[in-house]
Design a protein around this ligand. Structure first.
Ligand code: AMP
Length: 302
């Protein structure tokens, strides 16, 4: 089943205790699409400027990613810059330049309009809604990610978009900011009133937690001795999560639990190297092996 994603395609400048890069290909939709493409066909919607080269575009080639919906225009590609704390747990945004995204009016290619699985990756909530409106009929599953940048600047637009969303996939600090609740279970109750019926909270090195009306399901993060760059871990998590669900063609409890594991698997690969370097070189058998590792790591008897 094909999976539609809209979100940033970007150049990032990153600094972590492990090093520094001035121009790494990134963006929420880029990480998401690459991670999800290991599981299913992905239709990508976004925009890049004329600084986006053929070499940059190669990240999408040779994968099941359709880029007909990736518009090219004159101007600069979205630029983001961030710096990580010593333990990699905290991140400070230094620069967010929307550039070509500021005036982007997406027009979905006809073949994208029948997508049944939709991921509204991190970008302006109005833009997320605009893309969702162009999908024909009712998709099977709509999930959304967002960030403090949008929660602070476009709160009412975000609330409007959330009314049309089934699963909210965000990190712990954003969950608290959006709900004004410190406790994540209480936060989930608030968020359910906004529209989504499932909340997936990404908690960095502490793994991820899913809350829905059936209860709570948690997965750990894969313990790594040397994580290098957490950028894109959340988007790669979402790519594994939604990619698995689209490939399974269902979203019952069992499928959602497996999706959480595949999300955590993909997030763990993303942080192993800078930018997209690890995902770029990843092979499907490595994903299967790591999922088995998760199984062993979490099995116990009562
Ligand atoms: P993550 O580490 O998974 O939260 O996502 C990191 C990616 O999000 C980076 O590659 C950035 O280019 C992108 N990004 C950062 N800020 C924003 C924003 N305000 N809107 C959309 N994408 C963003």
């Amino acid at each position: 089943m094909s999976l539609l994603v809209v979100g940033s395609v970007a150049f990032d400048a990153l600094e972590s205790p492990y090093g520094k890069v001035d121009r790494a290909l990134g963006g929420a939709a880029t990480y998401f699409a690459v991670a999800a493409s290991f599981f299913t066909h992905v239709n990508l919607v976004g925009i890049v400027g004329d600084d986006f080269t053929e070499i940059d575009a190669q990240i999408f080639r040779g994968r099941t990613i359709d880029v007909e919906g990736l518009e090219r225009t004159t101007g600069k590609t979205f630029f983001w810059s961030g710096v990580y704390s010593e333990n990699l747990n905290e991140r400070t945004t230094l620069v967010t330049d929307l550039n070509v995204f500021a005036d982007f009016k997406p027009k979905l290619p006809e073949k994208y309009r029948s997508s049944k699985y939709v991921f509204l990756a991190n970008i302006a909530p109005d833009l997320q809604r605009d893309v969702l409106k162009q999908v024909k009929g009712t998709p099977k599953l709509v999930a959304l990610d967002t960030m403090n940048y949008w929660i602070e600047r476009t709160n009412s637009e975000l609330r409007e978009t959330l009314r049309h969303v089934d699963i909210l996939v965000i990190n712990d600090s954003e969950t608290r900011q959006l709900s004004s609740e410190h406790n994540l279970l209480r936060a989930a109750k608030h968020i359910f009133k906004m529209g989504p019926s499932t909340l997936v909270v990404k908690r960095g090195e502490y793994g991820a937690m899913m809350v829905d009306k059936r209860g709570v399901f948690c997965v750990p993060a894969f313990p790594l001795e040397e994580p290098h760059d957490p950028t894109g871990a959340g988007d790669s998590f979402a790519g594994g999560f939604m990619g698995y669900l689209a490939s399974a063609g269902k979203a019952n409890d069992l499928a959602l639990r497996r999706a959480m594991v595949y999300g955590s698997v993909m997030g763990s690969f993303a942080v192993e190297k800078f930018g997209l370097d690890r995902l770029r070189a990843l092979k499907k058998p490595e994903i299967t092996a790591r999922a088995r590792h998760f199984y062993k790591m979490t099995q116990f008897t009562l």
